[in-house]
Design a protein around this ligand. Structure first.
Ligand code: XMP
Length: 326
C-alpha cells in the first residue's frame, strides 16, 4: 500500500546513503516540488542542507513570505535569501518581447543562484566541509519525458542557460524521481509543509514577468499582484480550486480603455482572467466559472485596484490559445 510515511522513511535512508557526510544545496522557487524535495533532504541531513531562495520580485502576493517565513518555520531549514529584485527589474527594463523576458529572467536567475551557491561552497570550505550535492525536485513525468538520464550536473546545464563558468559541479539528489504530483503533495503534507505551498497550482518560473503584456515595472507588478490576489481569494472562497487547473491573471499594460467612475472619465488598463481546466497543461479548456462569481471578482478588482477599469474573461481553449498570454 502506498503511504507517504513509508516513502519518507525510505527516501531519508537513500539520501543519507547517497550524501554521506557531504553538504547539500537546494534552490527553492516557492513551488511544490522544490519545497518537498528540500524538506525530504532536510529530514535526512539536517543542517548540512542549505536552501537558496532568489527573490526576483516576480512572485505573487505573499509568496516570498511563504518561503522566507512559513516554510522555514515548518522545516527549520537553513535558508539564504537573495534579494535580487532590483537586478531583475533593471535587466527587464523596457523589454516587452515574451521570449526575451524569459531569457533575461533565466539568465539573471542562474547568476543570482550561482553567486549564492559559490558563497555556500566557500563558507563550507572555511568550516572544513564540502558541498557535493544539488537537490532537484524532478518528478517521474519529467524523468520519462527526458529519457530517464541522471547523474551529475552543474547549475548552468540544468537550467539550460549558456555563458557561465562551469566550476560549480554537483551530483544530483532527486528524491521525487519516482513520484507523481499528487504523491509529492501527500508527502509534503505529511512533512508538515504549509498548505499554501503544498496545494499551489502550477505557476510559471518567469512568474508575473510573463503576465504583464508590455514591459515590466514595479508599479505594474504591484497592480497585477493586487488583482491576482483578489482572483485567488475569490476562487478559493467559492471552492473552485479543485476544478481549476490554474488561473493566470494578466495585465494588459500596453492597452488602455475608457471608463467612467463617479463624475469622471477613467483611462485605465484591462485585467484578463484566464481560468482553465486541464489534465496536464498540454491541452486545456476555459473553466465555466459562475457568472455571479465573475461579477464579484470584476467589482472588486475595478474598485480596489486603481489602475484597472475593466475586467475581461478569456474564453479560448488550448489549442489554439496557450494557457499563458506570453
Ligand atoms: P502554455 O502557456 O504554454 O503553458 O499553455 C503550459 C504550462 O506551462 C506553464 N508555463 C511555464 N512554466 N516556465 C515555466 O516554468 C515558463 O516559461 C512557462 N511558460 C508557461 C504554464 O503556466 C502552464 O502551466
Amino acid at each position: 500500500d502506498w503511504n507517504p510515511g513509508n516513502v519518507i522513511a525510505e527516501q531519508v535512508e537513500r539520501i543519507r546513503a547517497q550524501v554521506g557526510d557531504a553538504r547539500v544545496i537546494c534552490g527553492l522557487s516557492g513551488g511544490v516540488d522544490s519545497a518537498v524535495a528540500a524538506a525530504l533532504v532536510q529530514r535526512a541531513v539536517g543542517d548540512r542542507l542549505t536552501c537558496v531562495f532568489v527573490d526576483h520580485g516576480l512572485l505573487r502576493e505573499g509568496e516570498a513570505e511563504q518561503v522566507e517565513r512559513d516554510y522555514v518555520a515548518a522545516t527549520g531549514v537553513n535558508l539564504v535569501v537573495v534579494d535580487a529584485v532590483d537586478v531583475f527589474l533593471d535587466a527587464l527594463e523596457g523589454v516587452s518581447d515574451p521570449e526575451t523576458k524569459r531569457k533575461i529572467i533565466g539568465r539573471e536567475f542562474i547568476r543570482a543562484f550561482e553567486r549564492a551557491a559559490a558563497d555556500v561552497v566557500e563558507q563550507a570550505k572555511e568550516e572544513g566541509g564540502k558541498v557535493g550535492f544539488l537537490v532537484q525536485g524532478t518528478l517521474y513525468p519529467d524523468v520519462v519525458e527526458s529519457g530517464g538520464g541522471s547523474g551529475t550536473a552543474n547549475i548552468k546545464s540544468h537550467h539550460n542557460v549558456g555563458g557561465l563558468p562551469e566550476d560549480l559541479e554537483f551530483a544530483l539528489v532527486e528524491p521525487l524521481r519516482t513520484l507523481f504530483k499528487d504523491e509529492v503533495r501527500a508527502i509534503g503534507r505529511e512533512l508538515g509543509l504549509p498548505e499554501v505551498i503544498v496545494g499551489r497550482q502550477p505557476f510559471p518560473g518567469p512568474g508575473l514577468g510573463i503576465r504583464i503584456v508590455g514591459s515590466v515595472t514595479r508599479d505594474r507588478l504591484a497592480t497585477l499582484r493586487r488583482a491576482d490576489a483578489i482572483v485567488r481569494e475569490e476562487l478559493s472562497a467559492a471552492g473552485l480550486d479543485g476544478e481549476i487547473w490554474q488561473c493566470p491573471v494578466v495585465l494588459l499594460a500596453d492597452v488602455r480603455s475608457v471608463g467612467v467612475q463617479g463624475d469622471g472619465r477613467t483611462y485605465g488598463h484591462p485585467i484578463v482572467l484566464r481560468p482553465v481546466s486541464s489534465e496536464d497543461a498540454m491541452t486545456a479548456d476555459w473553466t465555466r466559472v459562475p457568472y455571479d462569481l465573475l461579477a464579484k471578482v470584476s467589482n472588486r478588482i475595478t474598485n480596489e485596484v486603481a489602475e484597472v477599469n475593466r475586467v475581461v474573461l478569456d474564453v479560448t481553449s488550448k489549442p489554439p490559445g496557450t494557457i499563458e498570454w506570453e
